[in-house]
Design a protein around this ligand. Structure first.
Ligand code: GAR
Length: 197
């Protein structure tokens, strides 16, 4: 079966992108990481991609007068690269409903909480402030509503009494790196099954 071509969207460190790229080295993984796109020039993940022979593309949102202009440039690049799937991995730009509609069912995101709990930013701080007993991460389809699309996979971690946002984030991140490659493969196999009939 032909491997699907994925673009990974990042804004910073890119550790989830690295986990996806690492998984895609297996010959039976259904996805090739075709390119890594950052909206920020200082994203560390861009250098990693370039070093690993993955097309590393900067589309700096500050160079566009509007959100729509930025998204049009992003969409053009994705279509030119014949991308089948988009994986948002620490991509910190909100995408408009118009852009999302063009990639419906083919764009996923990883979020550091057990959605629908703790949508949005600063999830680890908010979990600790609430004294919640557990936390985790979610891979979900991207829809027009922020952090609200259908859930593909989740992983849970305990919250320890002496946790700081940093220790809790690290425990969650280990699980992110485990489930994101699984979820991307699940979506790809699903699409392959639908298109091969
Ligand atoms: C990850 O924890 C990811 O879940 C989170 O940003 C971090 C990116 O790390 N994403 C969001 O908060 C999205 N709203 P990474 O750049 O090392 O993958």
């Amino acid at each position: 079966m032909k491997r699907l071509r994925a673009a990974v969207l990042i804004s910073g460190r890119g550790s989830n992108m690295m986990a996806l790229a690492e998984a895609a080295r297996a010959s039976d993984y259904p996805v090739t990481i075709a390119c890594v796109i950052s909206n920020r020039p200082d994203a560390e993940g861009l250098a990693y991609a370039a070093r690993h022979g993955i097309a590393a593309k900067l589309i700096d949102h500050r160079e566009f007068a509007s959100r729509e202009g930025f998204e049009a440039a992003l969409d053009r690049y994705l279509r030119a690269e014949a991308i089948d799937l988009i994986a948002c991995a620490g991509f910190m730009r909100v995408l408009t409903g118009n852009f999302v509609a063009g990639w419906e069912g083919r764009m996923i995101n990883i979020h550091p909480s057990l959605l629908p709990a703790y949508k949005g930013l600063h999830t680890h701080e908010r979990v600790l402030a609430d004294g919640a007993p557990e936390h985790g991460c979610t891979v979900h389809q991207v829809t027009a509503e922020l952090d609200a699309g259908p859930i593909i996979l989740q992983a849970r971690v305990p919250v320890m009494p002496d946790d700081t946002p940093e220790t809790l984030a690290a425990r969650v991140l280990t699980e992110e790196h485990r489930i994101y490659p699984q979820a991307l493969a699940m979506l790809a196999r699903d699409i392959q099954a639908k298109t091969s009939t």
